[in-house]
Ligand binder design. Structure first.
Ligand code: URP
Ligand code: ZN
Ligand code: ZN
Ligand code: ZN
Length: 489
């Protein structure tokens, strides 16, 4: 099957150029310059051959299917490197399965997810990975990979890190300075995992919040009777994200500088640490997520009654009385923030968020965004906060490079997987739980008006979304083993 995507503007990190894309089977076969008129009088047989050979003439392309992208952007499929499908957490499990969550991702123009397999304290790392393979196999509409959450760094777990890098295509490991008793690692465990990563080249992903201090503040708030959702945010102050970010950065330096990637960065204090480390030439990187760019402690987490529960995630939404969100947009422009991921971890209001009514600390942590990342970050282009190129870079190209998926993913180039999105900048949509495809009974993004719309989505050459219809299927998506980071300084 040969597909020609014609008439569109191809956008990549290097620019936006009118380009037709020829897809053959599952991969991109060629990028074709748009027609250049050639003076017929200058065109003998030799002239025509030269014109074709030098690329100034239009080669005759026969395609089985033509997708008209006139007036639209053609971009690499989104790469969301932070999702939690079916994650058991807070006494329940994230409401999207790999089937529902990967289909929702596709609807939103994301064609690769990297989800987190979990080793809980006391469990065997390899068994955790096997369990996550079992959840995802045959279920995904788009390609997927895994990071590993290390919930218990001990001798066996350290050995497993090497084996996952060498044999399983799992090259990144998330550690938690938060959630004591659940996923928490102490500084000694973190240092040892970092030393191991410095040797193997693996990336350490860090949830940087001082969980021990937070637990004290949480207990004190509950003792005072401060039980509403907003206290989730008030007991996790930005200073404790800044402190943990700094501590992790120092530990990595002592450990021999493994690539260190901070997940879901939310606070100016943490961004300052990243900027300083990067200015010093360190391999320190960070992502942020749409919720920290658009939602706030006061407006959302502080909504009346129990309404704020839908916005409970960690780190929490930050105050709008300080310039956290502005700083994050600046970080995206300057590359101190290299990636936008979602931290997609949806919990329904009914029976899930409800678990924390009367005690904010029991509200399952997480927001569902996997379907909306490409749209939400495109609004930054519309408002002039980031460039068109930066949109593609932060949502597709850099996450692919950061996590060893490039150039198979994250770019539209000959030989790459034909994961392609046709994006219509002239259409508009409004986000609503009534129309989204995530398995979630509410939306943190309810009523958000989006300038732009995902028009057509290809995953490895197959059309999964077009004309407002889903054509994908569970099991089309394959596990993608990943290499080491290709984004080192
Ligand atoms: O609230 C969040 N972020 N839930 C998912 C788990 C995590 O820490 O990423
Ligand atoms: Zn986290
Ligand atoms: Zn209160
Ligand atoms: Zn997460």
């Amino acid at each position: 099957m040969r597909t020609l995507i014609t008439g569109g503007t191809l956008v990549g990190p290097l620019g936006a150029t009118p380009t037709d894309v020829l897809v053959d089977g599952e991969t991109v076969a060629a990028l074709l310059a748009p027609p250049v008129p050639i003076d017929p009088s200058a065109r003998g047989a030799a002239g025509a051959a030269t014109a074709a050979a030098s690329g100034t003439g239009r080669p005759v392309v026969d395609a089985d299917r033509v997708i008209d992208a006139t007036g639209k952007y053609v971009i690499p499929g989104g790469v969301d490197v932070h999702t939690h499908m079916e994650l058991p957490f807070g006494g329940t499990a994230a409401s999207d399965t790999f089937a529902t969550g990967s289909a929702a991702a596709a609807w939103g123009g994301t064609t690769t997810i990297v989800d987190f397999a979990v080793q809980r304290t006391g469990e065997v790392v390899e068994e955790g990975l096997t369990a996550w393979h079992a959840k995802a196999a045959g279920q995904c509409a788009i390609d997927y990979g895994f990071h590993m959450i290390m919930g218990g760094v001990d001798e066996a777990a350290l050995k497993a890190m090497d084996s996952l890098v060498a044999h399983e295509g799992v090259t990144s490991f998330k550690l938690f300075m938060a959630y004591p008793g659940v996923f928490f690692s102490d500084d000694g465990q973190i240092l040892r995992a970092m030393q191991r990563a410095a040797e193997s080249g693996a990336t350490i992903m860090m949830h940087a919040e001082n969980g021990l201090a937070i637990d004290v503040l949480v207990a004190q708030a509950l003792a005072r009777g401060d039980t509403d959702p907003i206290h989730h945010g008030l007991t996790r102050p930005p200073a404790l994200e800044g402190e943990a970010t700094h501590r992790a950065s120092v530990l990595a330096q002592v450990a021999g500088n493994p690539p260190l990637y901070f997940v879901h960065l939310s606070a100016s204090e943490a961004l300052g640490v990243i900027s300083a480390a990067r200015t010093a030439g360190r391999n320190v990187f960070a992502e942020t997520c749409p919720q920290y760019l658009y939602l706030s402690l006061e407006e959302h987490l502080g909504a009346p009654g129990f309404e704020g529960a839908r916005y409970v995630a960690s780190p929490p939404l930050r105050t709008n009385t300080a310039p956290h969100a502005d700083d994050l947009w600046r970080g995206l422009r300057t590359d101190d923030l290299a990636v936008v991921s979602t931290d997609h971890c949806p919990f329904c209001l009914k029976e899930q968020k409800e678990l924390g009514r009367g005690d904010f600390s029991k509200i399952p942590n997480g927001i569902g965004t996997v379907e909306h990342r490409i749209d939400l970050i495109y609004q930054g282009v519309v408002t002039g906060k980031i460039s068109l190129q930066r949109w593609v870079e932060t949502c597709a190209t850099t996450p692919a490079r950061m996590f060893g998926l490039y150039p198979r993913k994250g770019v539209v180039a000959p030989g790459s997987d034909a994961d392609i999105v046709v994006y219509d900048p002239n259409a508009t949509t409004t986000i609503s739980a009534a129309t989204h495809h995530m398995n979630l009974d509410h939306s943190a993004w309810e009523g958000f008006e989006i300038a732009g719309k995902v028009d057509t989505v290809l995953s490895r050459g197959s059309v999964v979304v077009s004309d407002g219809q889903f054509h994908g299927r569970a099991g089309h998506g394959r596990y993608v083993p990943r290499g080491l980071s290709q984004y080192l300084r």
